[in-house]
Write a protein that binds this ligand. Structure first.
Ligand SMILES: Nc1ncnc2c1ncn2[C@@H]1O[C@H](COP(=O)(O)OP(=O)(O)OP(=O)(O)O)[C@@H](O)[C@H]1O
Ligand SMILES: [Mg+2]
Length: 315
């Protein structure tokens, strides 16, 4: 089956006028990314990493300065390729003098839906984002979270084969975030391919099977979430009572808490040795638990390896 998204060596250099001097911003550098049909890819990256630039290139909102991209085998410059895509921008700006229902209807009609089928589908997505009771209210009267929900409804209305979500949970409360998670999962079950950019790492971990980490316009990690997590060394957390300072000094473990109870973190492979040495010093083992490393640990480690910075290289 043809991939939903495929980029090869995709690059974008922006030109900036800084006090009459021309500067180049390398926003994206040689990106190779694949989203197989029906997969959810989570893209993580710090501010200015190139996430939104990647999305804009896939939507033909900007043109690449190198490399190429395909959506279901077609270049994004073809209108037919973009017809398959639903897009939630990072800062949605819907027409604010329209009501939510009018705006979503406009998006549906632009996508070719007509008549009763259009009305039925608009009602359905407004219900899905829980905006039915505010559907007749002008968007300028909405809160930020309500505007976000209406923008998501317009992305869903034409039943896209590829859904591109740029920071979908931005501005949403806990219930709103939960709702987005449920919608993404139900779209995934329907077989929709999804590109999800988010700063909220637990959301990416819960929803995506694949993850890509972008830093400074470069792809620094990519693969199935389960594989990225399993590449990390497992750790164990040990809690002791009656542990002396002298014993702590010679251990292959980090001390997280001291006092009557001492909490230690060590590589899982070293746990047995640490326990035996502490018990040999008459300490009492209170508990031991394996530490489940999260995508957040992988992300932070990738950032550290690259040397954290904001934005891209300016030349
Ligand atoms: N129109 C533009 N002109 C010049 N530089 C730009 C333009 N748009 C983005 N950039 C630069 O390109 C780099 C990548 O920006 P991009 O918006 O893709 O980052 P991002 O990963 O989406 O960040 P965030 O998490 O903050 O949304 C940044 O250094 C940014 O300053
Ligand atoms: Mg962005």
């Amino acid at each position: 089956m043809v991939n939903a998204v495929e980029t090869r060596g995709l690059g974008k250099v922006y030109q900036l006028d800084v006090l009459k001097g021309r500067k180049r911003v390398v926003a994206l550098d040689g990106l190779d990314l694949t989203i197989p049909a029906g997969h959810v890819l989570g893209v993580l990256g710090p501010n200015g990493a190139g996430k939104s630039t990647t999305i804009k290139l896939l939507l033909n909102l900007i043109r690449p300065t190198s490399g190429s991209a395909l959506i279901f085998g077609r270049p994004p410059s073809e209108a037919e390729a973009r017809r398959d895509v639903g897009y939630l921008p990072e800062n949605p700006a819907p027409y604010e003098y329209l009501s939510g229902a009018e705006f979503v209807t406009l998006a549906a009609q632009l996508s070719g839906l007509k008549g009763a089928e259009c009305r039925r589908r608009v009602d359905e997505v407004l219900g899905q984002v829980q905006m039915t009771s505010f559907a007749g209210v002008q968007i300028r009267r909405y809160s930020k979270g309500m505007t976000q929900r209406i923008a998501l409804a317009q992305a869903l209305v034409a039943r896209p084969r590829l859904l591109i979500l740029d920071e979908p949970t931005s501005g949403l409360d806990v219930l709103g975030r939960q709702l987005i998670r449920e919608i993404v999962l139900s779209e995934k079950q329907r077989g929709t391919s999804i590109l999800l950019c988010s700063h909220i790492i637990p959301d990416v971990e819960a929803l995506s099977e694949d993850v890509a980490i972008l830093v400074g316009g470069k792809l620094v990690r990519a693969g199935p979430v389960s594989e990225l997590l399993s590449q990390q060394d497992a750790e164990a957390e040990l809690v002791f009572e009656g542990l002396s300072h002298e014993t702590l000094d010679g251990l292959r473990a980090r001390v997280l808490q001291t006092g009557r109870r001492v909490v230690l973190r060590c590589p899982a492979a070293a746990a047995q040795d640490v326990i035996l040495r502490c018990l040999g010093q008459k300490a009492t083992l209170i508990s031991m638990q394996p530490i489940r490393l999260t995508l957040e640990d992988t992300f932070l480690e990738a950032l550290k390896a690259q040397g954290q910075k904001v934005g891209s290289v300016i030349e």
